[in-house]
Design a protein around this ligand. Structure first.
Ligand code: FES
Length: 139
């Protein structure tokens, strides 16, 4: 599943203009360093074009995305450890969904909505409680 949420009022943010490195620390603590090429955005059909979800899934990094990346859940909750200043501003819709995220922090984002601009490298962490909650709700 994927695509654009028809109820989203905001347009997609501009894709990155410069190459940058996205480091994703997964639930097991493994680091994935991804060289993002602006010419290849969007990498997949998940989340906003150029979003962290889009990039991570296309590079084999598992990241839960129960709603398919249309800002209708909070399973793609990530914590931006550095480079938040190089990401688009969250929309009201994203903040509403984040309100339901377990373990919300001041630097939490939804991976399907967070689109780095390329002005700096970005480091994100997938909280391990995300996976546990998503798996428990499958039963
Ligand atoms: Fe549902 Fe991101 S995948 S809000």
């Amino acid at each position: 599943m994927g695509g654009k949420n028809p109820f989203m009022k905001s347009d997609d943010p501009p894709p990155p203009q410069r190459p940058y490195t996205l480091r994703v620390i997964d639930e097991g603590g493994h680091e994935h360093n991804i060289a993002v090429d602006p010419d290849k955005v969007p990498y997949s059909r998940n989340g906003r074009p150029g979003s962290i979800l889009d990039i991570a899934l296309a590079h084999g990094v598992e990241l839960d995305h129960a709603c398919g990346g249309v800002c209708a859940c909070a399973t793609c909750h990530i914590i931006v450890r550095s480079g938040l200043e190089g990401c688009n501003e969250p929309t009201d819709e994203e903040e509403d969904q984040l309100d339901d995220a377990y373990g919300l922090t001041a630097v939490s984002r939804l991976a399907c909505q967070c689109v780095p601009t390329g002005q700096c490298d970005v480091v994100v962490e997938i909280p391990n409680w995300n996976r546990n909650l998503a798996r428990e709700s499958d039963h």
